[in-house]
Ligand binder design. Structure first.
Ligand code: N01
Length: 530
């Protein structure tokens, strides 16, 4: 069994940077990756229209000045193929390939107390012994495939947005069904509609989508940022979500201005596009009555776009804006004006069953030739809970997390010494430009490992008390927002039977990062180092 300092699970943006960082510290590290290539999310989510919803100049690594200067993004919001090229470029540029075992799916890992090492097994039987185990397996990496009755009877192809085929998919001449209307569906639907003979969209909850206004990246804008990229990154790291410093949130309450001023502020942000809308006022994600104004603004946009009044009504969300992640779109609502596109509401009459040639819902049969499941993910915990992961005393992660993903700072788990989690529950990653979140996590983990070496410590593990207090910090942060007012993947509400616990930290990245740094300065307060 090969012995390592560090085993990293995943070679997406988290795993790649962790591997580079570990090697730069002289550690013997290996990243195992289930896919045949690097890139994680951007390897798997190849559905038509897949692109990032944070601007390219921000959704990229900041750890290397030469890398950020030399890489040229083509569009304001990078599409999936470009992001995948970027991940591959990083793997080559930093010579990471020989530290990555592709086609290697983790089966499980067990903490061996006598040796204080993790014994890690792959599905194919290979094993490693590692002092540290870093989970860079991603918060949105376990596709959710609802257990629809009769799905196996459907005779056409069944695709999932998060597990899209690598060969080109051609929907020409086909009647296509899409189930789901979250971020993935909102990006895919306009492009599928261009090809398909007929498109039927099955909607359980209507989506709020703000326009991306995507386009070629302006070279002058790029040059302006590159003139002092470090300062631009530093400004973004002080923003609530780790991005958007070019247009900071308006520090005014939506309730403190006239209706006309509110409308003008919403419209100005709508013209900027993407998440800018959520920063039109400082309380849109904190107060339901402030939020209601922004929600109505988007509904008016939908009514103004969609010609058929009944379809517009159905497309208009009634839940709190931003409570489920705001979608960023290109032509989503207008797609429903096309004569061959139909919207079917499955909120009242859920999908009863699939048949050989379609599905039955609300007592009606709907026929189609190909099915796209845009049904999202078992988010934040799904990937880890599918592993046979056992900590101290054989404690299974499934038992530890029976009532929800207990952790400290999102980084460590009591009972699982020397295991670190990147961008998981308990951290702000889901509300942050995730690359900013990843860099902060990796740097913190590397500092902790460095500290242990200098202090001659073998293990680091949070106390149960620190973990319990942190769970309360996460819960309290959620209670101060509007995020508890709807069913979302943040709450585990999209997966039947999953415990309801608000998983990400809604406290803002700067405050969280400062707190993690404070914990480190205090000698890793809340952790036991032995
Ligand atoms: O998944 P989702 P996603 N019957 O969970 C519906 C990131 N992302 O892949 O809302 C019928 O949002 C479900 O309905 P409901 C981003 O963080 C980013 O779209 O549960 N319908 C919903 O409409 C995002 O938030 C980008 O009632 C069912 C849809 O399926 C996250 O990934 C692009 C159903 C799932 O939506 C997840 O997005 C893509 C059932 N049984 C993703 N089960 C960017 O833009 C589920 N649904 C960067």
């Amino acid at each position: 069994m090969k012995s390592l300092d560090l085993l990293i699970v995943g070679a997406g943006f988290g795993g790649l940077y962790m591997l580079h960082k570990a090697r730069s510290m002289g550690l013997d590290a290996l990243a195992i990756e289930a896919a045949p290539g690097v890139g994680g999310t951007w390897y798997h989510n190849r559905y038509p229209g897949a692109r990032v919803d944070i601007q390219s100049m921000e959704y990229s690594y900041s750890f290397d000045e030469a890398l950020q200067q030399e890489w040229r993004w083509r569009e304001r919001y990078a599409p999936q193929p470009e992001l995948l090229r970027y991940a591959n470029h990083v793997a080559d540029r930093f010579g990471l390939r020989d530290g990555i075992a592709l086609n290697t799916r983790m089966r499980g890992a067990r903490f061996d107390e006598p040796t204080r090492r993790w014994q890690v097994q792959a599905e194919d039987g290979r094993q490693w012994s590692a002092r540290f185990l870093v989970m860079a397996s991603g918060p949105l990496s376990a596709p959710n495939r609802p257990d629809f009755p009769g799905l196996q009877d459907f005779e056409g192809p069944v695709l999932h947005t998060a597990d899209w085929p690598h060969e080109p998919v051609d929907f020409s001449g086909l009647r296509v069904a899409v189930v789901g209307t979250g971020s993935s569906a909102v990006q895919a639907i306009p492009l599928i509609a261009r090809q398909a003979k007929e498109l039927t969209v099955f909607q359980r909850t209507a989506a709020y989508a703000a326009p991306a206004h995507n386009g070629p990246l302006d070279p002058a804008f790029e040059a302006g940022i590159k003139a002092d990229y470090a300062a631009f990154r530093a400004r973004n790291r002080r923003m609530h979500g780790g991005f958007g410093s070019a247009l900071p949130p308006n520090p005014v309450s939506a309730l403190a201005v006239s209706a006309a001023e509110r409308e003008a502020a919403f419209e100005a942000r709508w013209q900027v596009g993407g998440f800018a809308l959520l920063g039109a006022f400082n309380d849109l994600l904190l107060k339901l009555d402030a939020n209601a104004h922004a929600a109505e603004f988007v509904r008016a946009k939908i009514r103004g776009t969609v010609h058929d009044a009944a379809t517009a009504r159905l497309l208009s969300p009634t839940h709190t804006l931003g409570c489920k992640r705001l979608c960023v779109d290109t032509g989503y609502y207008a797609t429903f004006n096309l004569p061959h596109v139909r919207l079917v509401d499955v909120s009242q009459a859920p999908i009863e069953r699939f048949t050989a040639h379609g599905l039955r819902s609300g007592g009606r049969d709907h026929g189609f030739d190909a099915l796209v499941l845009a049904t999202g993910f078992d988010a934040m915990t799904g990937t880890m809970l599918r592993l046979d992961l056992r900590g101290r005393g054989g404690l299974r992660i499934q038992d530890k997390w029976r009532a929800g993903p207990l952790n400290y700072l999102g980084l460590g788990i009591a009972g699982f010494p020397n295991l670190f989690n990147i961008a998981g529950p308990g951290s702000t990653a889901a509300f942050t430009n995730v690359i900013v979140a990843i860099e902060q996590h990796v740097d913190w983990i590397a500092d902790c490992i460095g500290h242990m070496g200098r202090a001659g410590k073998a293990t680091v593990e949070p106390t149960e008390a620190a973990e319990a207090a942190w769970t309360e910090v996460v819960n309290a942060a959620a209670r101060r927002t509007v995020f508890l007012s709807c069913n979302s993947w943040y709450l585990g509400a999209n997966i039947p039977g999953k415990p309801r616990m608000f998983m990400p930290l809604a406290d803002g990245f700067p405050r969280y990062a400062d707190h993690c740094a404070h914990v480190a300065r205090q000698g890793y307060e809340g952790f036991v180092l032995q």
